[in-house]
Design a binder for this molecule. Structure first.
Ligand code: AMP
Ligand code: MG
Length: 425
């Protein structure tokens, strides 16, 4: 793993009012990590969702042999040029899985079914619906061109080509092409361990009865859910009181056990916020980013030893937005995926989105339809806010209003981050 970019406890940018653009913060945060080097070999069916560690090259061409693309009749080269109707004797039937060595003389046809190997003597295949069949003879009613309805050996993928690149999270498509090429086992990166912890004196775990002034820890289940990805092993590192000594021990243990540590709460820099201090006490370094971002201005990122640590804000919406913006890519990079800042897709404001320039803003939105050019129209969901969960639950995704933008009237372009993509494995 890379050396952490921030080593010194003094390397803290709380001073001054300058806010860091999210793209700059993204680059700094993902550079804290590199992919784990540990690799394992798994059967393809157990490797789905895992990240390929080395490119896979096919030793066979796809298709493996010339074969019929339709049910029909194979003609010899000599009969291709003839004017229809072309009268032919059917000399044999070949089904998928049949032999490829049959000879074909001019004036005869082979009945071929889809997938059947096409012998070298066959120059073109005509669809059976274009033929009149009577007994053992057939009349072809259309001219047949050279190579018609024949899928050629290697036309999809030539032998020796890369069929899946390193850094790919394997899905159903890869299962198909790998298996088609006869590859039954692949090298993938081992699952990475991501420790998730919460801190706050007010927090109690699900199932416990909150006393006066207490609330349930909602972020830990949310973050563990966001980390439910096939290449990740989420590690529940618990919910802890705002006690710097305790937190230092918790962070140290989590950093030893996991490949990356994600915490929420206690990052704002008040005397009740202990995460930065605890990480330093555990021997790590932590940098505070004051982001040009709403929700969630402060965020911490650093490392204990070579284990990156990400400190998210405590408000649940802020924790989610910041995790999706920074944490997901940080985790992905450790897992071997390319780290790209989530760009979302171009969409249209369905109504006025009031916005003051200065900070990029992410807000829950509903998709209400599509413009003729296909862009999704977005509608707000009442008043946002970094602590309101209901709009999040009613939303289809998050709208991104750029830091530099003022009010965005209806029909302005903005970015849309659908949850379907943000929550994808
Ligand atoms: P903090 O970032 O610790 O100052 O917390 C900001 C707000 O988020 C406070 O209202 C906290 O009670 C709330 N909060 C912090 N952590 C959590 C959590 N794990 N689940 C739900 N709310 C939280
Ligand atoms: Mg707190």
């Amino acid at each position: 793993m890379n050396q952490p970019a921030f080593r010194s406890p003094a390397d803290d940018c709380t001073a001054g009012e300058d806010l860091i653009p999210i793209d700059a913060a993204f680059a700094a945060i993902v550079s804290l990590a590199s992919a784990t080097g540990d690799i394992e070999t798994l059967p393809v069916e157990r490797a789905l969702g895992r990240v390929l560690a080395a490119p896979v090259v096919t030793r066979v061409p796809l298709p493996r042999f010339d074969h019929a693309a339709v049910d029909g009749f194979g003609l010899s080269k000599a009969d291709l040029g003839r004017d229809p109707p072309i009268a032919l004797e059917v000399s044999a039937n070949v089904a998928a899985g049949g032999g490829a060595r049959l000879a074909l003389r001019p004036g005869a046809a082979l009945r071929l079914f889809t997938g059947a190997p096409v012998p070298p003597d066959v120059a073109g295949v005509v669809l059976e619906e274009r033929c009149r069949i009577s007994g053992s003879s057939v009349a072809v009613t259309i001219p047949v061109t050279d190579g018609a309805n024949i899928r050629r050996r290697g036309e999809d993928v030539p032998e020796g080509a890369t069929i899946v690149d390193a850094g790919t999270a394997l899905d159903a498509r890869h299962a198909a092409i790998l298996t088609a090429a006869g590859v039954s086992a692949v090298s993938v990166r081992r699952r990475i361990r991501v420790a998730v912890l919460s801190n706050g004196n007010e927090l109690v775990d699900a199932g416990e009865a909150p006393r006066d002034g207490q609330i349930h820890d909602a972020n830990r289940p949310m973050l563990l859910a966001l980390l439910s990805r096939p290449f990740v092993e989420p590690v529940d590192a618990g919910c802890h009181r705002d006690d710097p000594d305790l937190l230092a021990r918790v962070f140290a243990a989590a950093a030893r056990e996991a490949d990356v540590v994600v915490s929420s709460g206690g990052v704002a820099g008040s005397e009740a916020d202990h995460v930065a201090r605890a990480v330093r006490q555990a021997g790590g370094a932590m940098r505070r980013f004051r982001l040009a971002l709403k929700p969630g201005k402060p965020i911490l990122a650093g490392a204990i030893g070579d284990t990156p640590v990400l400190g998210l804000p405590g408000n649940p919406v802020a924790a989610m937005v910041n995790f999706l913006l920074f944490g997901r890519s940080l985790v992905g990079r450790i897992g071997g995926l390319p780290a790209e800042r989530p760009e979302g897709q171009a969409a249209l404001a369905g109504e006025l989105f009031a916005h003051a320039p200065g900070r990029a803003e992410f807000m829950p939105v509903r998709a209400t339809g599509r413009a003729p050019d296909g862009r999704v129209r977005l509608a707000k969901l009442g008043r946002g806010g970094s602590a309101r969960l209901r709009p999040l639950v009613l939303a289809d995704g998050l709208a991104e209003l750029p830091a530099g933008a003022g009010d965005l009237p209806a029909d302005s372009e903005l970015r849309f981050h659908p949850f379907a993509a943000a929550f994808a494995p």
